[in-house]
Design a protein around this ligand. Structure first.
Ligand code: DGL
Length: 264
C-alpha cells in the first residue's frame, strides 16, 4: 500500500512556491496540491465566512485524500483558521504559513521591517500578536497589497505585468526615517515570491526579501515519518472550480502535477 500523501493548500497557485521547496526536502513523498480557486482571492473575504469555507472544504479533503500532513501554504488562511483546523481535525498534523516576522526582527540592522501581505493577513489579530511578541523593538510596517496576488497569478500565466502597478503596490514598504532605511521585507503571501525578481528590479534600494518557503518545508519534513520506500504515485493537483483554464493546465503539467477532478 502506498504511503499517504502530503497535502499542500492555497487559494490559488501561490502555494506552488512552498510545494517546490517541500519537494526538494521530501522527494520520496507524493504531494497533492489543492487550490481553492473558486474562493480566490482570500484577501477580501470576511473572516467568519472564510473560516467556515475552509473548515468545510477540509472535511472533504481529509476524507478523500487521507493525507499524512497538511501544509497550509497560505498566510491569509493560516493566520485565520489554523487553530480551528487543528481542533476540528486533531488526528492530522497541520503546518501553517504565517508572516516571518520573528526571523525578520532577528535579522534587521536598521530596525525598519515591512510585511507585504494581503489585506486579510494585515487585518488579522494573529499578525498583530506576532509583532507584539517578536518585534516590539522594531518599527514594523504592515502593507496590505490589494492586487498583488492577482498580479502574481497573471504573471505566472505568462501575461505581461505593468511595472508601474507593481511599483505602486510595493512603494509603501520602503521607509526612510532618521537616516535609516527599511532593510527587510517579509513576503507574507505565498504568491509574492513569484514576483521577487521584479521586486528586486524596481526596489528604490536593495533589501532582503524574506520568503519562508524553505522553513515551512523543513517543518513539514520534521513531522513526516520515515518511509521504507519512495512513493510511486504521481503528484496531483485539484482546483475547487473544477475548471482550470489552459494556462493553468499547462502550468500544472510544468510542475509535474496531474489534474484531478473534485468528483473523483
Ligand atoms: N497565497 C495567499 C497567501 O499566502 C493569498 C492569496 C489570496 O488569496 O489573496 O496569503
Amino acid at each position: 500500500m502506498s504511503a499517504p500523501p502530503v497535502l499542500v493548500f492555497d487559494s490559488g497557485i501561490g502555494g506552488l512556491t512552498v510545494l517546490r521547496e517541500a519537494r526538494v526536502l521530501m522527494p520520496e513523498r507524493q504531494f497533492v496540491y489543492i487550490a481553492d480557486d473558486a474562493g480566490f482571492p482570500y484577501g477580501d473575504w470576511a473572516e467568519a465566512a472564510l473560516s467556515e469555507r475552509i473548515v468545510t472544504l477540509f472535511a472533504k479533503l481529509l476524507e478523500k485524500y487521507r493525507p499524512e500532513i497538511c501544509i497550509i501554504a497560505c498566510n491569509t488562511a493560516s493566520t485565520l483558521v489554523l487553530e480551528q483546523l487543528r481542533s476540528h481535525f486533531p488526528d492530522t498534523p497541520f503546518v501553517g504559513t504565517v508572516p516571518a516576522i520573528k526571523p525578520a526582527a532577528e535579522r534587521t540592522r536598521s530596525g525598519l521591517v515591512s510585511v507585504l501581505a494581503t489585506p486579510g493577513t494585515v487585518r488579522r489579530a494573529y499578525t498583530r500578536d506576532l509583532i507584539q511578541s517578536f518585534a516590539s523593538q522594531c518599527h514594523v510596517r504592515l502593507v496590505g497589497a490589494e492586487n498583488l496576488a492577482a498580479l502574481a497569478e497573471s504573471y505566472i500565466r505568462g501575461e505581461v505585468i505593468d511595472t508601474e502597478r507593481l511599483r505602486a503596490e510595493i512603494a509603501p514598504c520602503f521607509i526612510e526615517q532618521d537616516s535609516s532605511k527599511t532593510d527587510i521585507i517579509v513576503l507574507a503571501c505565498t504568491h509574492y515570491p513569484f514576483l521577487a525578481n521584479q521586486f528586486r528590479n524596481i526596489a528604490p534600494w536593495p533589501v532582503d526579501w524574506l520568503d519562508p518557503a524553505e522553513a515551512i518545508a523543513k517543518r513539514a519534513r520534521s513531522l513526516a515519518a520515515p518511509l521504507k520506500e519512495a512513493s510511486q504515485e504521481t503528484d496531483r493537483a485539484m482546483f475547487t472550480s473544477d475548471n482550470p483554464d489552459f494556462a493553468i493546465k499547462r502550468l500544472m503539467s510544468g510542475f509535474g502535477l496531474d489534474l484531478s477532478s473534485i468528483g473523483h
